[in-house]
Design a protein. Sequence first.
Length: 144
Amino acid sequence: AAAMAGQADVGIVGIGVMGGPLTLNMLDKGLVVGIFDVNPEVTAKFAATHAATYGEGKILAAKTYEEFMTILKKPRKVLVLVPAGKPTDSVIENLMRTMDENDVIVDTGNSHFKDQSKRAEMVEAAGKRFLGMGISGGAEGARK
């Protein structure tokens, strides 16, 4: 992992229905993408499946939040693509714990705006930046 330090242009948490296709979209645009999922098998499998297409060092899979932080360029930009509610809260708490000042968290879930506002206050109070940006279009839209 040390060899991957600070290489990823952007980070994606949640390599599922939306996170996987959005990662591929970013790779198609030439970005180096760091990926993390609460299930490390998901990230490992995703990276292995797509490594041949995009080349060595384009998809950087992390097994822990701490490792995820080391592979991202600073200031870090992380898109959260996990289900709204508790999963999103858990990810944001873990990101806040491991991120530095001025790093950016983008919550792409379809959370209620009041939940988004609370998260924004919490994240910004910790000196980090927060953007609530719900996305739609499903897996197909994430690839466009």
